[in-house]
Design a protein around this ligand. Sequence first.
Ligand SMILES: O[C@H]1[C@H](O)[C@@H](O)[C@H](O)[C@@H](O)[C@H]1O
Ligand SMILES: [Fe+2]
Ligand SMILES: [Fe+2]
Length: 304
Amino acid sequence: MTILVDDPAFGVEIEEKKVACEESELVLDAGFAVPDSNAFGHTFRDYDAESERRDLVEGFYRVNHINQTYDFVKRMREEYGKLNRVEMSIWECCELLNEFVDESDPDLDEPQTEHLLQTAEAIRKDYPNEDWLHLTGLIHDLGKVLLHPAFGELPQWAVVGDTYPVGCAFDGSIVHHKYFKENPDYNNPAYNTKYGVYSEGCGLDNVLMSFGHDDYMYLVAKDNKTTLPSAGLFIMRYHSFYALHRAGAYRHLMNEEDVENLKWLKTFNKYDLYSKSKVRIDVEEVKPYYLSLIEKYFPAKLRW
Ligand SMILES: O[C@H]1[C@H](O)[C@@H](O)[C@H](O)[C@@H](O)[C@H]1O
Ligand SMILES: [Fe+2]
Ligand SMILES: [Fe+2]
C-alpha cells in the first residue's frame, strides 16, 4: 500500500441519547432461507430490540442524521472523488478492513473483512455462475476504508449506516428518522419538499446520496475502470439505501435503468444482510478464487 496524502483527523463530538425508533418490514424472494435471528438472538434490523448494540447504533444515527447535509455531501464527494490518497489493490483493501467494526450495525460486531467474505460466499453458493456478483459481494463495503488514518480517519457517521438522498425531504421510513429534525436542511424550503432539487424520473445517478462507503466505493470502482456490469456498480452505490430497496420510498426519482438494476440489488441485499453471523470463513482457502476475480474485473493497483 502506498499512502500518497495524509489528511488531518476529522474531529467530531458524539453525544449519546436513548429514544425508541420505528422499524421497516421484510420483503423476501421465495427459496431463500432467512435465519430466524441474528447473532444476538434478535430479528435482523430491529433497531428497538434491547440488545447490547442498541444504544451505540442509535447514538450513531443521531449524529449521522444531524450532520449529513446537502453541502456536506457535495464537499465530501468533491474531496474524496479526487482519489489522491492511497494506491493499493482490492485485496490489500480487504485486509485493511480487518481492524474495523461497524457502529451502525445492530446485527454484526465482527471485523468487516469477515462480513465481506460471508456475503460473497453466500452469493456464490446460490448463484455459482454469476462471478461478477460474487466479486460485488466481496467489495461492496470496501469504502469503509475511509475510517482508516490514511484517509483522514473519518468518523463512523460519515462512512457507514443506511444512506438516503439529500436535497429533498427525508423519508419517514429512514431508521431513527426523528433525528433529522436537528439537520439544518430539515427546515430549508429548497431541500425539504418531496422533489427538492430533483425532478420526476431524473435517475438516481443525478441524486446526491448521504456520503459514505457506498458512494465512495462506486467512485473508486468507476474511476479505476472496472469492467463489472452496471448492476454491480448500482449495488455498490445503493446497497445501504434501505428506504428505496426495502421500504419502496423515492421511486419517483428512478429512471428505467434504475428499475432494472433494483432487481439485482434486492437479490444482493438478502445475502448482504442475512449472511451476518459468527461462522468464520477460511480466508486462505477462498483467497485464490477471489484473486482471480479481482484480476478479471480490476487493474492490479487502484487509486483510492
Ligand atoms: O449498518 C449497516 C452497515 O453500515 C452496512 O454496511 C450498510 O450497507 C447498511 O445499510 C447499514 O445498515
Ligand atoms: Fe454497506
Ligand atoms: Fe455489507
